[in-house]
Design a binder for this molecule. Structure first.
Ligand code: FE2
Length: 274
């Protein structure tokens, strides 16, 4: 079994300080094979916020795969936003905006969906699509193919439309690349599921792990357990003023190329012919 700790939307600069030590302690106790952070490490992409985010990430169990979010580009410094939107991010987390990580049984490919030309929506660049397809084509057949994006091309859990340009195209590109699982953030609302048009791609979204910018009334993060043919997501939730407590687990199986949730009522078998 390979286990991934999935955190998102840390928003250093708007952090619930009391949650920092508990998240780090749980991360150490859970001892995942890797940690994935799906963007928005900072609130306003300021150097001091990146320094705090970097110090936090350095305390997580290695390896850590990070991608940028829309909050990781300067908002008010337009020259920097347009000419070098990821300069500050790269100083903290390195020049690779779309890192890859290979683990036993899984290949994880980062996708940078942050777009400096718009306010907060994302997009999936053609270069990213090609890179994703190449990365997954080269992976061993039995490996889970996992893409990490800040923005997901599916509606949020409250029905808000995907905050991404041409979401149907992006969804099709993920499916065409053979993506089994997408790990994402952005909405600050945890979510899981798959689109009818792409039942081979499972979307696992978390809210904000440690920020005050909650949309659901709770902070949360997940541990994803990868088995051959099936995946379990365990989630931890912290209500305001409380520590993290483990919530219900979700179980998913992938059979004949399509995801199913365990516990779903199976379609009744056809009655035997008379
Ligand atoms: Fe965010």
């Amino acid at each position: 079994m390979t286990r991934l700790l999935h955190l998102s939307d840390l928003h250093f600069g708007a952090v619930e300080d009391r949650l920092l030590a508990p998240v780090l302690a749980l991360a150490r106790d859970l001892a995942p094979d890797a940690v994935v952070i799906s963007g928005d490490l900072t609130q306003r992409a300021r150097p001091d916020q990146f320094a705090a985010a970097r110090a936090f990430v350095a305390q997580l169990p290695a390896p850590v795969l990070v991608v940028p979010g829309n909050h990781d580009m300067p908002l008010y410094n337009l020259a920097l936003r347009l000419l070098a939107p990821f300069r500050r991010y790269s100083r903290a987390f390195g020049p690779e905006l779309e890192p890859q990580l290979a683990l036993p049984g899984a290949v994880i490919q980062g996708v940078n969906t942050a777009d400096p030309l718009v306010w907060k929506a994302g997009r999936m660049r053609n270069t990213s699509r090609r890179r994703l397809a190449r990365s997954f084509a080269e992976a061993a057949s039995e490996s889970w193919r996992i893409a990490v994006l800040h923005h997901a091309p599916v509606p949020a859990s409250d029905g808000t439309p995907a905050d991404m340009a041409r979401p149907a195209d992006a969804l099709a590109a993920l499916a065409a690349a053979g993506t089994d699982i997408v790990l994402s953030g952005h909405t600050h609302m945890p979510h899981s599921g798959f689109a009818e048009t792409a039942a081979g791609t499972l979307f696992l979204q978390v809210g904000t792990a440690i920020s005050t910018r909650r949309k659901t009334g709770a902070n949360d993060f997940s541990l994803i357990e990868l088995h051959p043919g099936r995946v379990t997501r365990r989630s931890w939730l912290a209500l305001p003023g409380q520590g993290f407590a483990e919530g219900p687990a979700e179980h998913f199986r992938k059979e004949t190329g399509e995801w199913q949730t365990d516990g779903a009522v199976p379609v009744p078998a056809a009655p035997p012919a008379p």
